[in-house]
Design a protein around this ligand. Sequence first.
Ligand SMILES: CC(=O)N[C@H]1[C@@H](OP(=O)(O)OP(=O)(O)OC[C@H]2O[C@@H](n3ccc(=O)[nH]c3=O)[C@H](O)[C@@H]2O)O[C@H](CO)[C@@H](O)[C@@H]1O
Length: 352
Amino acid sequence: MKKIIFTGGGSAGHVTPNLALIPKLKERGWHVHYIGSKTGIEKEIIERAGIPYSGIASGKLRRYFDWKNFKDPFRVVKGVMEASWIIRKQKPDVIFSKGGFVSVPVVIGGWLNKVPVYLHESDITPGLANRIAIKFASKIFVTFEEAKRHLPADKTIFAGAPIREELLQGSKEKGLRFLGFTFRKPVITVMGGSLGAVRINEAVRELLPKLLPNYQVVHLCGKGNLDPALEGTSGYRQFEYVSEELPDLLAATDFVISRAGSNAIFEFLTMHKPMVLIPLSRAQSRGDQILNAQAFEKKGYCHVLQEEGLTPAALAAAIQEVAENKQRYLQNMKQYSGEDTLKQILSYLEKA
Ligand SMILES: CC(=O)N[C@H]1[C@@H](OP(=O)(O)OP(=O)(O)OC[C@H]2O[C@@H](n3ccc(=O)[nH]c3=O)[C@H](O)[C@@H]2O)O[C@H](CO)[C@@H](O)[C@@H]1O
């Protein structure tokens, strides 16, 4: 039996692509084990999916690379030791890492134990953890063709975004029923990334009185961001985070207002949901979402609104633009096919 260890965490975007591959490998008889942090979002998501999970010590995921950021080097060393112990016990044929800080000790542990390490990079420019991990990896799969120029040519493979198959199997009827919505008004889903986005939440909530006469709104607002004053508002539902319900909820969605996290936007693209994207600004990130949004805008998949220009009025104008040109966006999205992504990654894993 072939064995694989997955790692990745810190945000849902570093976990959900793994969930696209895991069922496919299990179907093929692989044994799957997951290494994540002791308390991160990955623990919750992976354990809920019934996948054997080991938590290790890890440092914090920090945005900018700076050796000073290793405030707690002992935890990283401890993480490498813990990961190595699990790797020696599991004896995997390959390790697959989606990034996030917890993945660094696992990748180093794999390299020390001579297990091939494959990375997946979702953004055009590699994140901090993957920039460290590159040296220890034998293959790097990328979501965007443009990412290749930032990575070593000899080990980088353009593969695309692994999408969870169940996302394509949602039911609009079930979604509307779950939300308590009608067929009569279009549904807008607001997703501020896996953690929510306070600025987007505020702008959407300010605009609600103008939106609700024409639309129904599902608001995925992130942990701790529910607004009790809006509970029970007709045509508006808010959730901190949804899991099992996401496929039906997205099937019921006409278009989305979202951050430009790579996984979320490829999911919307695959599901043909026109988007208003509000990328995280350079002040708050390395600018990866700005590049993601630009790449999608160039292909005609989305309308981009910069965070600096995010006012309720600008949001209303962006929604109107997408609503009026929905057919054009859908036409462009239909040109996209991500169907070879899983096949391609799986074929490399089979050869590991
Ligand atoms: C703040 C930050 O640093 N964000 C980064 C993080 O985004 P983040 O973790 O937000 O990841 P993405 O937007 O790429 O993906 C979010 C994932 O969470 C899922 N989801 C979300 C809400 C919900 O209620 N239920 C649910 O299942 C989505 O379906 C998707 O699979 O990783 C991405 C991929 O490296 C980067 O592009 C982002 O810039």
